[in-house]
Design a protein around this ligand. Structure first.
Ligand code: F6R
Length: 612
């Protein structure tokens, strides 16, 4: 949450910072601001609203400096106003910081400062931190020491980036706690620092990652890492395979549309490096747990939001293919009530961003009892990649739209491969079964591509339904998490109330909501649940319910079963989750477009949720 950007080099800083902030706007878009150091000293521009509002404040004065810092905010302490926007200055106005995180002990720190005569111009914890950095700077005479000393006083998880008028040739970033990544990189114009890769990969693919309890001091050519006691740390650079074009809209009106449409390729990128059909092979990046596969007694999947729903699909795979007892836990619940887990429990953490605080805390909890953790992550270099014992990368490329789409499908594909791998390692999956599973997953990208051909129908469906105020989504078995994810997509980007439930539960409550003004989206796959889900649909129809049926073709489908039927391409039932979500993503997308909403940056949300 919140995006931090900094630049120090030979180019004008303001345009570089604005570009970086645009690339990070998905992390928060309540307000934006920047500070540039030029011949006339520090110039600040801050505004509630989007980056484009900030851009309108860029004038000659801000265009003078070649060093600066910027911020796009997801509000925590303090409401959404110009004066709460970052950067914030210290008491001397000669030092500024931007900040990502939440300070648990802010009231105590602020009270001390107020007692010492400090006055504050905002309600943010960031301004309190800026004043402390300023005091430490006055005492230490070094910005990097001041940042390190300040971070030691803060409770919670933070990253900050500081710029001081008296040290005009460096930027200092620091980080404490698990949440709030910082990446740095150089090219021949200078140094870049940001909270996430999309702001840096447009300038260089060689990056270094700041870890918890570290400070990095950047000059135009160098990056010096230390711990919070100023002891030097060697940090190797890593090459990020993300192509800057992948983080651009590429002619699409919205990132979400681009990301939905690129799913056949991104799913193939997840699967293809890991399987071959002739000879049949499945290789999971040298997957090597501290625990032998045969010693695992059960699997617990932890994740949040969309990744949690992917985990629900994965639990079916792990039970069916690897014959492992498997439960799926909302990360924020598991973190504080993990239940009985042991070193024999394999914990699988799933996260697109790899920075979700709830997931990181859950992983920490699992590791304290010695449970091995395998992480499925999309963002290279993210915190979760370091917190886990084993990392399986999604390789889905940057996902910029706040609503997750392509990473959901890649997570499911990768969970299927993990289930097959554990099935083989546990001697449960023979060569023939493996061959048939590998063939099925290798063809899944093609089935996803065929589902995308349904877009014109979904656009028309969205046109007819976008004025409805409530939707219900239901499915059973593997279709249940798809119904939940379909409802989440609709509510996130269209602000329409949508609730998903297991179709078998209809008769236990939700049926009371059935009436023509509440359309019910029923997901029906070609599996053992089909007849039962269709029975539920019939019960809805006999109560004048309005039904949108998303189903694979079959003799049991007839026109009066539903008001609208979207036929899915034929797909093996195990692969159907990756295919059946596509029409639901497209439906949600087009509803939001018909409603004229900001699809990529829905209100109140942020892409990386780095606070608990
Ligand atoms: C939904 C969405 C969120 C995330 C959730 C977890 O479209 O984007 O629900 O899925 O915040 O994020 P990650 O996967 O980054 O841990």
């Amino acid at each position: 949450m919140c995006g931090i950007v900094g630049y120090l080099g030979s180019e004008l800083a303001a345009p570089v910072i604005l570009d970086g902030l645009r690339a990070l706007e998905y992390r928060g878009y309540d307000s934006a601001g920047l500070a540039v150091l030029g011949p006339n000293g520090l110039t600040l521009r801050r505004r509630a609203g989007r980056i484009d509002d900030l851009a309108s404040l860029i004038d000659e004065e801000t265009l003078q400096g070649t060093i600066g810092i910027g911020h796009t905010r997801w509000a925590t302490h303090g409401s959404v106003t110009d004066h709460n926007a970052h950067p914030h200055a210290d008491a001397t106005d000669r030092l500024v910081i931007v900040h990502n995180g939440m300070t648990d002990n802010v009231h105590r720190l602020r009270d001390h400062l107020v007692a010492d005569g400090h006055e504050f111009r905002s309600e943010t914890d960031t301004e309190v931190i800026a004043h402390i950095v300023g005091l430490e700077y006055a005492a230490e005479g070094s910005l990097s020491k001041a940042v390190a000393t300040t971070l030691r006083q803060l409770d919670g998880a933070h990253s900050i980036l500081a710029l001081a008028a008296d040290e005009p040739d460096l930027l200092v970033a620091g980080r404490v706690g698990a949440a709030g990544g910082i990446v740095v990189g150089h090219n021949d114009t200078g140094a870049f620092v940001a909270s996430d890769l999309p702001a840096v990969v447009q300038h260089t693919s060689e990056i270094r990652v700041l870890q918890a309890n570290e400070v990095v001091t950047l000059s135009r050519e160098t990056a010096e890492f230390t711990d919070l006691n100023q002891q030097p740390i060697k940090r190797r650079s890593m090459s990020v395979p993300w192509d800057p074009v992948a983080a651009a809209k590429a002619g699409h009106r919205h990132f979400m549309h681009k990301e939905i449409l690129e799913q056949p390729r991104t799913l193939a990128d997840t699967i293809r490096p890991r399987v071959t059909l002739d000879p049949v092979e499945l290789e999971l990046d040298g997957f090597d747990l501290p625990l032998k596969a045969t010693s695992i007694d059960r699997v617990v999947i932890v994740a949040s939001g969309t990744s949690y729903f992917a985990g629900m699909v994965g639990a079916h795979y792990l039970r069916d293919v690897a014959h492992l007892p498997c439960s799926v836990e909302v990360a924020s619940e598991f973190a504080y009530a993990p239940g009985p887990i042991s070193p024999q429990t394999l914990v699988v953490a799933i996260s697109q961003s790899g920075e979700t605080a709830d997931v990181l805390v859950a992983v920490d909890r699992a590791r304290t009892v010695g449970a091995p953790v395998t992480a499925l992550v999309n963002t290279p270099g993210s915190e979760l990649t370091r917190a886990a014992d084993e990392v399986l990368h999604l390789h889905a490329g940057p996902e910029i739209s706040v609503a997750a789409t392509k990473t959901f499908v890649s997570e499911i594909g990768l969970l299927y491969l993990l289930a097959c791998k554990l099935g083989v390692d546990r001697n449960l999956l023979g060569p023939e079964e493996l061959a048939s599973n590998v063939a099925a997953i290798a063809h899944a990208p093609i089935a996803v591509a065929r589902a995308l051909e349904l877009e014109p129908k979904l656009e028309q469906l969205a046109r007819r339904y976008h004025h409805f105020k409530n939707f219900l989504y239901m499915g059973r078995g593997l279709a249940h998490p798809i119904a939940l994810e379909g409802a989440l997509k609709l509510k996130e980007i269209s602000y329409i109330h949508a609730e998903g439930f297991a179709a078998g539960e209809l008769k236990h409550g939700p049926i009371a909501l059935v009436e023509p003004a509440t359309p019910i989206v029923a997901v029906v796959l070609d599996d053992t649940m089909r007849a039962k889900t269709l029975n539920a649909v019939t019960q809805i129809r006999s109560r004048n319910g309005r039904v949108i049926l998303i189903a694979t073709e079959g003799e049991d489908l007839h026109d009066d079963l539903a008001d609208d039927i979207i036929l899915l391409p034929p797909t093996p039932s195990t692969m159907a989750p990756m295919v059946s979500i596509v029409p639901l993503q497209l439906f949600a997308y087009h509803v939001a477009v018909w409603l004229g909403l900001d699809v990529d940056q829905p209100r109140n949300l942020a892409k990386s949720v780095t606070v608990e």
